[in-house]
Ligand binder design. Structure first.
Ligand SMILES: [Mg+2]
Length: 270
């Protein structure tokens, strides 16, 4: 029996031709812990406005919008931060300046992981959601076309996907955040897949651990697999992520791909 939680039992199975993957938290674990970098940084910024709110209140407010916007490009989280500074009577920096600050802090946390991967001291399996490579191989072998779309900046997504040995499954179909942020969104990638391939919604399958990709795939009529990955323990379903992804409209929930063969057979209606 496959370890999955079925939210809707009546979704269309067996007709998929294209599969869209999110990257961080869905395949890659390189950026594990990013909320523990972003949220305290933002609480700090808001604290400096001189607001009377205590740290716990600020943390809750920040966590709510950071996770609601998770899946969109990072700049949107920073735009919301700038708004929150303004609301408290402060003078915000440009969202891009906040994004650079965040990225510098995140790099301190993950640089060692990237270097160890690049030097062959760590294996791709150590920094991916368990079963990722087998799942991608399986889907590709069945003739499905795979797309990767991430809210992380495109050059980083490409490099990290290479280091993890998953870039080859996606070929040219790797998308990520652009400086010109209005020219990329997961919604745009989904619309393009449907249009260019004359696809009906039920021919699109998606895997993601963020609110936005689940919501957008459901809006397009596709089937959404919520990957409520526990990025620290790497096993089981992360309850907090699961609840949010179910609210976003997920059709089923899994924690990792250890049982990918059974999962794929189920999705293919076999
Ligand atoms: Mg993600």
């Amino acid at each position: 029996m496959v370890d999955l939680e079925l939210i809707r039992s009546d979704f269309p199975r067996g007709q998929f031709r294209f599969v869209l993957f999110d990257f961080d938290g869905t395949l890659s674990l390189i950026r594990e812990g990013w909320p523990q970098v972003m949220i305290p940084m933002m609480v700090d910024v808001l604290r400096q406005t001189g607001t009377a709110e205590d740290d716990e209140t600020l943390r809750r407010i920040v966590e709510e919008f950071v996770m609601r916007l998770n899946g969109r490009q990072t700049i949107y989280q920073m735009m919301q931060l700038a708004e929150e500074v303004k609301k408290r009577g402060g003078q915000p920096l440009e969202p891009l300046a906040y994004k650079h600050r965040y990225h510098g802090l995140l790099m301190q946390r993950i640089r060692g992981r990237i270097e160890r991967l690049a030097q062959g001291q760590a294996t791709p399996a150590e920094w991916t959601v368990p079963g990722s490579h087998a799942l991608l191989e399986n889907l590709q072998r069945r003739g499905l076309t795979l797309y990767l779309a991430s809210g992380t900046d495109l050059p980083f997504v490409r490099r990290e996907a290479e280091l993890l040995g998953v870039a080859r499954f996606f070929g040219e179909h790797i998308y990520g955040a652009l400086d010109d942020y209005q020219n990329f969104s997961k919604k745009m990638v989904i619309e393009r897949i449907l249009k260019e391939n004359r696809l009906a919604g039920e021919e699109l399958l998606a895997f993601g651990d963020g609110f936005v990709e689940i919501e957008e795939v459901k809006r397009a009529g596709g089937v959404a697999v919520a990957v409520a990955s526990d990025e620290v323990n790497r096993r089981g379903i992360h309850a907090w992520k699961r609840d949010r992804l179910v609210r976003a409209g997920a059709d089923l929930v899994i924690g990792d791909y250890r049982q990918q063969e059974g999962l794929v057979r189920f999705l293919m209606g076999e």
